[in-house]
Design a protein around this ligand. Structure first.
Ligand code: GLU
Length: 476
């Protein structure tokens, strides 16, 4: 719960937008046109469950249609209301623009605690919600394409895709009506890990620039950095796993619903996740210090703090005690506008949500393109690529033998080099390229303009300029 002196989530997003827009010279009226949410559809529907009718409230908000389809996840949580969905839809617009994903912004939500219902019940609720949205074209491959968000996963996306297919029997592109589907239902390799992988690529790119690292009062590489992560859901788990396994970071704290665990030597993410799945919490994880007031761990000493659960967790009530010099917003809106201002004053560097967690929608875009092209990425070129690599290696070996040069390829090289890229490698490469490109666009504004105090404002400036350019192209 936010203190009464804090703006709402949607107001927070608007405040951040306004700060950036004030630094731009937009034609009169265009600023407001970009900021406002175009429409929000509210649906109340009943489903007969456990012998009685239960009424659910769902939303689908379309923030901007400067590009179509519009895109954004569907969230199942008790926090879902119009304000939250509109804030999240606005963030989708700016996020897509920043990472050059050709979609407008949208978001949906159902006010429900998904843990209260069993799988069969959730399927009936989801299909009914999807039915309401599909019949109004609020789920449609060319107009509005949902994806997973908090409380939903591949499973719900498969139900939605199937519901759409049943209602649009002649639509050859039916599978493109939703992304984040399981692989066997038209999904793409690497979508589940995508947001966490994007966090890793974002941090790697940040650490490629010593000047930026110094602004966060840090130095050196990612290796050995102490990380506290809040939320070990899909995003937090993958980010923590990749950063500890591939980049030698130390996950010194993990915050979950039932408390937090600490280990200065680094927590084994995979085992913590298994414990969480088994017991429903982190409490009792062997060998780690347990803290019952989990949220207090947000203010513990660390190099990088990664809030990866929900909005508003860093707010006016705790911001003064935050010690991390670098915060990566893996969640959407984890820092309120008020807290953002305090952190700026303290010199904390924030890698903002619209960039940091854009990996999910980026790979959703790849999935949508795959669905429209009806072919797996890499299917045509993989073996051809391998054949050409073989040719080169054989030629090198022949030259070495003929001329008695005695060249030997280093161990593992041949195997790695000869392998043609499959879908997963291509998706990761496209995601890496996207994250690097977006960081550089943001950075150019951050370092290049004296009136831009932080990466968030820089990110908004890049995004707003791009949205404004497409409105101009539309003649507005
Ligand atoms: N829910 C994710 C987000 O907030 C993914 C959205 C998508 O893939 O459309 O970015």
């Amino acid at each position: 719960m936010l203190a009464s002196n804090e703006p709402s989530f949607r107001q927070s997003v608007d405040i951040m937008f306004n700060r950036a827009a004030a630094l731009l010279d937009l034609p009169p009226g265009l600023e407001e046109k970009i900021r406002v949410c175009n429409s929000t559809y509210v649906v109340r529907f009943g489903v007969r469950l456990r012998g009685q009718i239960h009424t659910f409230t769902g939303y689908r908000s379309v923030h901007s249609e400067h590009m179509e389809p519009v895109k954004g996840g569907i969230r199942y949580a008790l926090s879902v209301d119009q304000d939250e969905v509109e804030a999240l839809a606005a963030l989708m617009t700016y996020k897509c623009a920043l990472v050059e994903v050709p979609f407008g912004g949208s978001k949906g939500g159902l006010c429900i605690d998904p843990r209260v219902w069993n799988e069969e019940e959730l399927e009936r609720i989801t299909r009914r919600f999807a039915y309401e949205l599909i019949k109004r074209d609020l789920i449609n491959p060319s107009q509005n394409v949902p994806a997973p968000d908090m409380g939903t996963s591949e499973r719900e996306m498969a139900w939605i895709a199937d519901q759409y297919r049943r209602m649009a029997t002649t639509d050859i592109n039916a599978r493109a009506c939703v992304t984040g589907k399981p692989l066997n239902a038209g999904g793409i390799a690497g979508r589940v890990e995508a947001t966490g992988r994007g966090i890793q690529f974002a941090l790697r790119e940040f650490f490629r620039h010593p000047e930026d690292v110094a602004r966060a009062h840090l130095d050196g590489s990612l290796a050995g950095k102490r990380i506290i992560i809040q939320g070990l859901g899909n995003v937090g788990y993958h980010a923590a796993k990749f950063l500890s396994e591939d980049d030698d970071c130390r996950i010194v704290g993990i915050i979950e619903r039932d408390g937090a665990i600490l280990d200065p030597g680094g927590l084994p993410v995979e085992r913590v996740k298994a414990h969480l799945n088994e017991t429903g919490g982190v409490r009792g994880f062997p060998g780690a210090e347990y803290v019952a007031d989990g949220m207090s761990v947000l203010t513990e000493d660390c190099d990088i703090l990664i809030p990866a659960a929900m909005e508003g967790v860093i707010n006016l009530a705790n911001v003064h005690r935050i010690r991390a010099p670098l915060i990566v917003e893996a969640a959407n809106g984890p820092i309120t506008a008020g807290a953002d201002e305090v952190l700026r004053g303290k010199g904390t560097v924030i890698i903002p949500d619209l960039f940091a967690n854009a990996g999910g929608v980026t790979v959703s875009y790849f999935e949508w393109v795959k669905n429209l092209s009806h072919i797996r990425f890499g299917r045509l070129q993989r073996r051809q690529e391998e054949t050409r690599h073989h040719l080169l290696v054989e030629e090198l070996e022949r030259l070495s033998a003929d001329r008695g040069l005695g060249w030997t390829l280093s161990p593992g090289f041949k195997e790695k080099y000869l392998r043609g890229a499959g879908e997963l490698e291509l998706v990761r490469s496209g995601l890496d390229d996207t994250m690097r490109g977006a960081y550089q666009a943001m950075r150019e504004v951050w370092l290049g303009r004296k009136d831009v105090p932080d990466l968030r404002i820089a990110a908004y400036i890049v995004a707003i300029q791009r949205v404004a350019a497409s409105y101009r192209a539309l003649g507005l």
